[in-house]
Write a protein that binds this ligand. Structure first.
Ligand SMILES: Nc1nc2c(ncn2[C@@H]2O[C@H](COP(=O)(O)OP(=O)(O)OP(=O)(O)O)[C@@H](O)[C@H]2O)c(=O)[nH]1
Ligand SMILES: [Mg+2]
Ligand SMILES: [Zn+2]
Length: 308
C-alpha cells in the first residue's frame, strides 16, 4: 500500500504521484465508498489517496480517498443536477484573465470569486498578455485591478511573452498547491510550460475569427514546480456555474456587499429595491463598484443558466 496524490484524472483512469516520486496508473476499487457529495467524479486532482500497487510498480488500484481539506465544485452541465469537483486540497485558486484576445467578462471573474469564497479558498487574479495591450486596455486593466485590490483580491500583471511580472508569479506559487483557472486562450498552459521547462504541454493560438481560445487543455492536471509546490492546469471554462448557493446568500460571497449589508434596514434584504438598503446606497455613493453590483444582480437572476 502506498500513499500518493492524484495528479491527473481522465474518465475512470487516474495518475497518482506516490510519496517516493514515482507515478502510478490507477483505477478505482469497485466498491470504494465516496462521501456525501453527489458528483460526477468521485476522485479529483489533488486528492490524497491510498493505492494498492501491482507487482510491476506502475499500476494500481485506489482503495481509499483520505479526508479533503477543501475542494472546489462547479456544475457539471446545464441539465445535470450533479456537480463536478475541479480539484481538492488547494491552498489557493488563481484566476488568469486577459483584457483582450480573449476578453474575460467581468461577470466571469465574479462567478469564479464567489465560488472560491463559498469554498473558502483564497483567490488571486493574474492579468496576462500585457504586452498586447494598448492604452485603453491598460487603463481598463488598472481600473479592474483597483476594484479587485480594494476588495482584498491580490492582482498581478504578467506578460509571458516578455517575462514581465513572472518573478512575482513564481513567488506566489512557491510551495503551495494552486489551481490555475480561466477562460480558454488566456495562457494557463503557457505559464506552466515557462515555469517548468521540463514539461512541454500543448498550447495553441486563439482563433483569428472569434478571438477566443480553442479549448486545447481538456483535462485538469497537476504539475510539480521545480522551485517547490504544485500547480493545476485546467481546461478553459466558458462560464462558471455556481453550486450550492441559495439566492439569499449569494451576496455573502461578495465580501464588500456582505460587509455593507449589515446596515440594511431589513435583515432579509436582497439589495434590489428594498427601502433602507445600505448596499444600493453604497453603490450610488460609489463605495461599491457598479461592475460588481451588476454581476451580483445577474447571478441572482440566472444562477442556473451559466455553466462550463
Ligand atoms: N502575446 C502574448 N501571447 C500569450 C501570452 N501568454 C500566452 N500567450 C499565447 O496565448 C495562446 C493561448 O495560450 P494557452 O497557454 O494555450 O492558453 P490556455 O489558457 O491554456 O487555453 P486552454 O487550454 O484552451 O484553456 C498561445 O498562442 C500562447 O502563446 C502573453 O503573455 N502574451
Ligand atoms: Mg491550456
Ligand atoms: Zn440591502
Amino acid at each position: 500500500m502506498k500513499s500518493g496524490i492524484v495528479i491527473k484524472s481522465v474518465g475512470s483512469r487516474y495518475k497518482v504521484l506516490s510519496a517516493s516520486g514515482s507515478t502510478i496508473d490507477c483505477i478505482l476499487r469497485g466498491k470504494l465508498r465516496v462521501k456525501d457529495i453527489e458528483t460526477t467524479n468521485p476522485v479529483a486532482v489533488g486528492d490524497n489517496v491510498l493505492v494498492d500497487v501491482a507487482k510491476d510498480n506502475k499500476t494500481g488500484i485506489i482503495t481509499e480517498i483520505l479526508d479533503r481539506k477543501n475542494y472546489i465544485l462547479r456544475k457539471a452541465s446545464n441539465l445535470s443536477r450533479q456537480s463536478q469537483i475541479i480539484a481538492a486540497n488547494l491552498d489557493q485558486a488563481i484566476l488568469m484573465v486577459t483584457i483582450i484576445l480573449p476578453q474575460t467578462p467581468v461577470e466571469f471573474i465574479d462567478r469564479f470569486l464567489i465560488t472560491s469564497e463559498a469554498y473558502r479558498i483564497p483567490a488571486k487574479i493574474i492579468f496576462n498578455k500585457t504586452d498586447l495591450y494598448g492604452n485603453d486596455d491598460l487603463e481598463r486593466m488598472e481600473y479592474l485591478i483597483s476594484v479587485y485590490s480594494k476588495i482584498g483580491y491580490e492582482c498581478f500583471r504578467l506578460s509571458l511573452n516578455d517575462g514581465t511580472g513572472l518573478e512575482s508569479i513564481r513567488n506566489i506559487l512557491k510551495d503551495k498547491i494552486s489551481l490555475i483557472s480561466g477562460n480558454s486562450g488566456v495562457g494557463k498552459t503557457s505559464l506552466l510550460n515557462i515555469l517548468n521547462p521540463a514539461i512541454k504541454l500543448k498550447t495553441a493560438e486563439i482563433s483569428d475569427y472569434h478571438k477566443q481560445g480553442k479549448h486545447i487543455t481538456t483535462f485538469p492536471e497537476m504539475h510539480k514546480l521545480p522551485f517547490g509546490g504544485f500547480a493545476i492546469d485546467t481546461p478553459g471554462i466558458r462560464g462558471f456555474g455556481v453550486v450550492d448557493m441559495e439566492r439569499n446568500e449569494i451576496y455573502h460571497f461578495f465580501p464588500e456587499l456582505f460587509k455593507t449589508s449589515k446596515n440594511c434596514k431589513f435583515y432579509n434584504c436582497l439589495h434590489l429595491d428594498e427601502p433602507g438598503c445600505a448596499v444600493r446606497n453604497a453603490v450610488e455613493q460609489g463605495e461599491i463598484d457598479t461592475l460588481r453590483y451588476r454581476s451580483y444582480l445577474s447571478i441572482l437572476n440566472d444562477e442556473n443558466t451559466k455553466y462550463r
